[in-house]
Design a protein. Structure first.
Ligand code: AMP
Length: 328
């Protein structure tokens, strides 16, 4: 059976970009593959969060993953820092990665401009840690959004280089594209992102979402309700593509083009459809929040399984590169 591996950073609240771009896929993949899913707190350190903030975010993201349908009986869910082999393998992979390859990573440029006061080396070597995350489990299938595809290509090159230098060791990971590789933010200008303040939160109550939708841009040429609109250029209509039935979408499309349906009504329909998905997730998340011991147990069991799989790989890797094994 193929293995799949993916992670989410605990850097803020989960949003529907994470849900559509990653979690929906995870829930499907866990049924077909041996799945390792991870809350990547080592990656989050590149943003230097306060320790308490990081600890709380790890729990919130983990319970969001579970509430979205990842089943700990089917998949291994764990926190990256509980498996120290991630950091160990990162160093080995760092020594195999040319600087020039890292220089080409567009996400480094985006992230550096988002935090000009803290352009640390971790931001630069971030994709190497990601490579280690994947190959530590010898994963062959990696579900990611469009923003991560360049990093995946780098991981594939590193795998080829490792195999060439030290002998065939790792399979080349393949990208699994989601149906929503790039969910736009409410500003309609950039992808939905925790750092851009343009997100619809996965745990957000319905009234907060409706409030945000009210202020969101639609077809810029539609100034009055009596103007006919064009759903093709409307960001709100793009969300309907993920949450609304085909029949209702056809109704909205016709109503918008003929100016029979106003933007506020269209947004109310979206809010209701969003709530039909978010409501049950929010409730399951709250239930888990009330039972912290259950979450601890799931994460401890996941970490134990992940450590065993990771150590199996590391025994082989250390031997191949000529390192000595740690003694207990
Ligand atoms: P991150 O929050 O950067 O750790 O991303 C976690 C996962 O969500 C990755 O697989 C991303 O590719 C995916 N993701 C994040 N934002 C979006 C978005 N706006 N649209 C689609 N996928 C996304």
């Amino acid at each position: 059976m193929f293995r799949t591996m993916s992670g989410i950073q605990p850097t803020g609240n989960l949003h529907i970009g994470n849900y559509l771009g990653a979690l929906v896929n995870w829930v499907e993949l866990q049924k077909q593959y041996e799945a390792f899913f991870c809350v990547v707190d080592l990656h989050a350190l590149t943003q230097r969060p306060a320790p308490e903030t990081l600890r709380a975010a790890v729990r919130e993201v983990a319970l969001g993953i579970l509430a979205s349908g990842v089943d700990p009986e089917q998949a291994t869910l764990f926190v990256q820092s509980e498996v120290p082999q991630h950091a160990e393998l990162t160093w080995i992979m760092t020594c195999l990665t040319p600087l020039g390859d890292l220089n080409r990573m567009t996400q480094f440029k985006d992230k550096s401009s988002a935090q000009p006061e803290n352009i640390n080396a971790g931001l630069f070597t971030y994709p190497i840690l990601q490579t280690a995350d994947i190959v530590l489990y010898r994963a062959e299938r990696v579900p990611v959004g469009e923003d991560q595809e360049q990093h995946l290509e780098l991981a594939r090159e590193t795998v080829r280089r490792f195999n060439h230098v030290y002998g065939e060791t790792f399979p080349e990971p393949q990208v699994v594209r989601s149906k929503a590789p790039r969910v736009m933010g409410l500003d309609g200008e950039s992808k939905m992102s925790k750092s851009r303040n343009n997100e619809i939160g996965l745990f957000e109550p319905a009234d907060v979402t409706m409030q945000k939708l009210r202020g969101a841009k639609t077809d810029p040429a539609r100034l009055r309700k009596t103007d006919p609109g064009n759903p093709q250029v409307c960001n709100i209509f793009s969300y309907h593509g993920f949450f609304t039935s085909e029949a209702q979408r056809a109704e909205i499309d016709a109503g918008c083009r003929s100016a029979q349906l106003g933007c506020v009504d269209c947004k109310k329909m979206l809010a209701a459809n969003l709530e039909a998905v978010k409501g049950p997730i929010r409730e399951r998340a709250e239930d888990l929040r009330q039972h912290p011991a259950r979450l601890d147990e799931i994460l401890a069991a996941g970490a134990a399984k992940a450590r065993a799989a990771a150590e199996e790989t590391m025994v082989m890797v250390r031997e191949r590169v000529g390192l000595r094994a740690p003694r207990s």
